[in-house]
Design a protein around this ligand. Structure first.
Ligand code: CA2
Length: 145
C-alpha cells in the first residue's frame, strides 16, 4: 500500500496535555489513529513522525522521498522561521500539505507569515483535528484526481 507521512514539529507531542482551549483535547496519537483508519479506507498506509528538532524534520522529509507518496505536515513554530524546511520541501518534490490546528491568521502577527506555504501543495488550518482530516483528503485527492 502507498504511504502518507504524517509529520509533526515541535511541541506537538504535548497535544492533549496543555492549552486545550487553543489546540484541543486530543492527543497526537488520537489524531494519528484516526488518520490511519481514514487512510486505510482509501487504500493508504500512514507513517507518523514527530520531532522537536528542525534537522530531524528535514531528515524525515528526505527519507519520505523513498517511502511516501505525500505528506501531511504540521511544522509547528518552524512554519514561521524555517528556510531549511522550505528548501527540504522544495527538494523532495512530494505533495506536502501544510496543516495547522489553530487559525494562525487570527493569532499573533508573527504567526501570520509562513516560510513554507509557497512550496506546499496547499494549507489547511483553524479546524482543530479536522484540519488533519482535510489535509489527508487533500493529499489523497491530489494523488488520485
Ligand atoms: O496551529 C498549529 O497547528 C500550529 O502549527 C501550532 C504551533 C504554533 O507555533 C503554530 O503557530 C501553529 C505550536 C504547537 C504547540 O503545541 C502545543 C500543544 C499542546 C500544548 C502546548 C503546545
Amino acid at each position: 500500500m502507498p504511504t502518507i507521512l504524517i509529520l509533526n514539529g515541535p511541541n506537538l507531542n504535548l497535544l492533549g496535555t496543555r492549552e486545550p482551549e487553543v489546540y484541543g483535547a486530543d492527543t497526537l496519537d488520537d489524531i494519528v489513529d484516526e488518520l490511519r483508519s481514514l487512510a486505510a479506507e482509501r487504500g493508504y498506509e500512514v507513517e507518523a513522525v514527530q520531532s522537536n528538532a528542525e534537522g530531524e524534520l528535514v531528515d524525515a522529509l528526505h527519507a519520505a522521498r523513498a517511502t511516501a507518496a505525500g505528506v501531511v505536515f504540521n511544522p509547528g513554530a518552524y512554519t514561521h522561521t524555517s528556510i531549511a524546511l522550505r528548501d527540504a520541501i522544495s527538494a523532495v518534490e512530494l505533495p506536502v500539505v501544510e496543516t495547522h490546528l489553530s487559525n494562525v491568521h487570527a493569532r499573533e502577527e508573527f504567526r501570520h507569515t509562513s516560510m513554507l506555504s509557497a512550496v506546499c501543495l496547499g494549507v489547511v488550518g483553524g479546524f482543530g483535528r479536522t484540519s488533519y482530516r482535510l489535509a489527508l483528503d487533500a493529499v489523497i485527492s491530489h494523488l488520485e484526481p
